[in-house]
Design a protein around this ligand. Structure first.
Ligand SMILES: C[S@@+](CC[C@H](N)C(=O)[O-])C[C@H]1O[C@@H](n2cnc3c(N)ncnc32)[C@H](O)[C@@H]1O
Length: 211
């Protein structure tokens, strides 16, 4: 049986400030690292969109794009709408992204700090299920935490363990380890075409292209 999605309603308002207090501008830099490559994108599907800081930037950078934003949290979607000034090119859906079927044919999927809310089997099944519904030239943009090799390996493990613990306490269910989204995307026919890392490799922004 599928577990309920984590509950972000209680921390939706504080989310942005918690982020700034802990990592300053780094997460937003990670989300928007590839924004300049998205100016010709026609239809985006943003899963686990949160308070809409990436979506607002995307709508601003690309005047023709239509965005379908999915999140389980009503409070996050309210913040997203007001941040995007109720843009008519934005459609929001409050539902569980793990079972959601897009109402459009996206040529971009965006998952910023969302896949780490899922288990490995959930990421595998999400990517396998969504890929046939995407445009043939679709790209998938992923921002996430990762555990780098080298001297930052142990500090990153400890940091991410503490982060998961904090989010488990604040939002309820959340998996215990980072899923490997690269495996799922490669299996579905995506190739990594660009990557930008921050914070000694603990933060990654990756653009994947379907072939
Ligand atoms: C860590 S926050 C990231 C939010 C945003 N994408 C960002 O970059 O800050 C995770 C978001 O995913 C949403 N979420 C988590 N699991 C979900 C699910 N199964 N279905 C839909 N939304 C989900 C939460 O409500 C929350 O807004």
């Amino acid at each position: 049986m599928t577990s309920p999605p984590p509950d972000y309603d209680g921390i939706a308002r504080a989310y942005r400030w918690l982020e700034y207090l802990t990592l300053g501008p780094l997460l937003q830099r990670t989300r928007t690292a590839h924004l300049s490559r998205l100016r010709t994108t026609r239809q985006a599907l943003i899963l686990g969109d949160g308070d809409g800081r990436f979506t607002a930037a995307l709508l601003g950078a690309n005047p023709a794009i239509q965005v379908e934003a999915v999140d389980a949290s009503a409070a996050m979607l309210r913040l997203l709408h007001s941040r995007c000034l109720h843009n008519p090119r934005l459609l929001t859906v409050q539902t569980d992204a793990r079972t959601f079927n897009p109402t459009c044919t996206p040529d971009l999927v965006g998952t910023h700090f969302f896949l780490d809310c899922l288990t490995q089997p959930e990421v595998d099944s999400l990517v396998a299920r969504l890929t046939p519904t995407l445009a043939p030239d679709a790209r998938w943009l992923v921002s996430d935490f990762q555990i780098p090799a080298g001297f930052m390996n142990l500090p990153a493990r400890i940091y991410i363990r503490l982060l998961y613990l904090a989010f488990r306490l604040l939002t309820g269910t959340i998996p215990t380890s980072l899923p490997n989204h690269a495996l799922a995307l490669e299996r579905a026919g995506f190739s990594l075409i660009a990557e930008q890392q921050y914070l000694f490799g603990i933060l990654t922004s990756q653009l994947w292209q379907h072939e």
